[in-house]
Design a binder for this molecule. Structure first.
Ligand SMILES: O=C(O)CCC(=O)C(=O)O
Ligand SMILES: [Fe+2]
Length: 195
């Protein structure tokens, strides 16, 4: 007998209206995206997508040997944060924006379990633009679940998602549409500041 393991998620298709999503996509055109280099097993690679991190003061974020400085919140993301906080009675103090130019831009298997992320906090993921598959794999059982994330969809990742599961956005060679993903997170402020 195999037991079906379910990732601790809430999926809300069309959480953002088509029109609101288009306004958000317009705003992202002005974001200061960068394609950083990261060190993996001692070698430097260009990240296979573009990113920017907006957050409250003191909420710098470090992952894969990269230290990302908090940029000030753009107006529509600030509004979206308030909406998410109200709907899910939770707090967020930063959002990582990933820009996938086409199907060759990807996100490898990982968990968002950096030490500055508040233990037990949720991560809210909002997708805009082109559709992409989002895979979730149980760390021990290796069971895989697939969701296709479309324009306006919301995926809440609840604890212990980052402890028990990894997730990824695999390559889709024939897909040419730009996709934006926003992940709202709660960090311990001033985690990286030491006097
Ligand atoms: O693009 C996505 O849907 C996932 C993004 C993600 O996993 C992350 O930013 O940590
Ligand atoms: Fe992630």
């Amino acid at each position: 007998m195999t037991i079906e393991l379910m990732p601790p998620i809430t999926y809300r298709p069309n959480f953002i209206s088509e029109a609101q999503g288009q306004l958000l996509l317009e705003e992202t055109k002005g974001y200061p995206f960068v394609r950083p280099k990261i060190k993996v097993f001692g070698r430097w690679h260009l990240v296979p997508r573009q990113q920017v991190w907006f957050a409250d003061p003191g909420c710098d974020y470090r992952y894969s040997s990269l230290m990302i400085k908090a940029q000030p919140w753009p107006p529509l993301l600030k509004q979206l944060r308030v909406l998410l906080q109200q709907q899910f009675t939770t707090q967020f103090n930063g959002v990582l924006v990933n820009c996938y130019q086409g199907g060759c831009d990807t996100m490898g298997w990982h968990s968002d379990n950096e030490r500055e992320i508040v233990q037990g906090s949720q991560i809210a993921s909002v997708s805009l633009g082109g559709s992409r598959d989002f895979l979730m794999r149980h760390k021990v059982a290796k069971q895989v679940h697939k969701l296709t994330l479309n324009h306006g969809d919301l995926l809440m990742m609840h604890a212990p998602m980052q402890q028990d599961w990894q997730h990824s956005v695999p390559k889709r060679a024939r897909m040419n549409d730009l996709r934006i993903n926003l992940t709202f997170r709660l960090l311990t402020p001033y985690f990286h500041h030491h006097d």
